[in-house]
Design a protein around this ligand. Structure first.
Ligand code: HEM
Ligand SMILES: *[C@@H]1O[C@H](CO)[C@@H](O)[C@H](O)[C@H]1NC(C)=O
Ligand SMILES: *[C@@H]1O[C@H](CO)[C@@H](O)[C@H](O)[C@H]1NC(C)=O
Ligand SMILES: *[C@@H]1O[C@H](CO)[C@@H](O)[C@H](O)[C@H]1NC(C)=O
Length: 321
């Protein structure tokens, strides 16, 4: 009888633990409220001045968070420089010559270390800074879940394999997001990030010269800044949203409906496939886009966090302690 009761009690405890879910259940919006009450304000203030100085920086920081979360989870791995024992993520194909904003992340980390040494992880700094970047450019606000710890290693191959290239079709985009536990709807809503920021000619050349799912006037405009032969003008920039690349709104979807997506992968979201209705919906309702974007950002921020005694709180985001 007593043994049976103990067994039931054990089962009950196990059920409660399982119901609490995976590691992500232990992230919370109030994680630093007593250990570092000034953390959120410190991050916001550095982001605001960086974005005031150069609005594109908001886009660059948002992208860093995406590229961090898709490789080993949101663990700050992207921020690590190469070491003799591993090649980091910064020079992997999707990142090399493209990711930017590490100095701003460093400046935030210094500000946060000054008020609470050894408390706030680089992974959380990035998550908070991504939210503050969206807000600084006029996008939605939300409470960021924190409590992530930092990895001690990075994955060059993970960055190459997990982050979708701009040549991807809808099926591949969908499956690369599904591999991270994100739905096709999350994928379409998070892609609205391309309502801000810039892309390099090498990433949209084939789309503007060789594809038919593009407005011809728009293709011509973009061709004038992006020479046809690879190797020439590869790094020339064009805005991902032709209308307002420093304002976070739903113009990205309006562009897609007008066949004015800059990347092949962008236009794939509105090219006669299953996601056309959602693109039309977000083009017509900014509030629906904002709500689903926020839900997607929170879900993306929940990807495989290091918690408890896993990982560390890096002192310097570029290297393990
Ligand atoms: C759906 C699959 C995606 C693909 C294929 C993709 C691809 C790209 C590419 C090729 C660029 C231009 C890089 C360059 O030329 O240097 C870019 C820029 C950007 N991406 Fe994505 N992306 C995707 C999803 C996302 C997501 C989910 C986010 C954020 C949540 C995001 C945020 C950004 C931002 C903000 C920029 C501009 C960065 C800057 O101006 O520095 N992207 N993306
Ligand atoms: C990264 O880009 C630089 C400059 O274009 C190039 O020299 C280097 O080989 C690239 N690294 C990798 C790992 O592809
Ligand atoms: C898409 O996925 C297929 C099957 O996994 C693969 O063969 C193909 O190279 C991928 N294409 C792109 C552009 O990623
Ligand atoms: C366009 O396609 C042709 C034929 O496949 C190829 O030779 C050319 O390099 C492509 N041009 C661009 C800009 O992608």
């Amino acid at each position: 009888m007593a043994a049976g009761t103990n067994a039931s009690a054990l089962c009950f405890v196990l059920l409660v633990v399982m119901a609490a879910g995976g590691a992500s259940a232990q992230l919370s919006t109030g994680f630093y409220s007593s250990s570092c009450p000034g953390a959120l304000g410190a991050v916001a203030s550095v982001v605001q001045s960086a974005v005031a100085k150069e609005p594109r920086m908001g886009a660059s920081i948002l992208r860093l968070f995406f590229h961090d979360c898709f490789v080993q989870g949101c663990d700050g791995s992207l921020l690590l420089d190469d070491t003799p024992s591993f090649q980091g993520e910064k020079t992997a194909m999707p990142n090399n010559g493209s990711v930017r904003g590490f100095e701003v992340i460093d400046a935030i980390k210094v500000a946060v270390e000054n008020i609470c040494p050894g408390v706030v992880s680089c992974a959380d700094v990035l998550a908070i800074a991504a939210r503050d970047s969206v807000v600084a450019l006029g996008g939605p606000n939300w409470a960021v879940k924190v409590g992530r710890r930092d990895s001690t290693t990075a994955s060059f191959s993970g960055a190459n394999n997990n982050i979708p290239p701009p040549t991807s079709g809808l099926a591949n985009l969908t499956s690369l997001f599904a591999a991270q536990g994100l739905s096709q709807k999350d994928m379409v809503a998070l892609s609205g990030s391309h309502t801000i920021g810039q892309a390099r000619c090498t990433n949209f050349r084939a789309h503007i010269y060789n594809e038919t799912d593009i407005d011809s006037g728009f293709a011509g405009t973009r061709q004038s800044g992006c020479p046809p032969n690879s190797g020439s003008g590869d790094n020339n920039l064009a805005p991902l949203d032709l209308q307002t690349p420093i304002a976070f709104e739903n113009n990205y979807y309006k562009n897609l409906v007008a066949k004015k997506g800059l990347l092949h992968s962008d236009q794939e979201l509105f090219n006669g496939g299953a996601t056309d209705p959602l693109v039309q919906y977000y083009a017509s309702s900014q509030s629906a886009f904002f709500a689903d974007f926020v839900a997607g950002m929170i879900k993306m921020g929940d990807i495989s966090p290091l918690i408890g005694n896993n990982g560390e709180i890096r002192k310097n985001c570029r290297k393990s302690n």
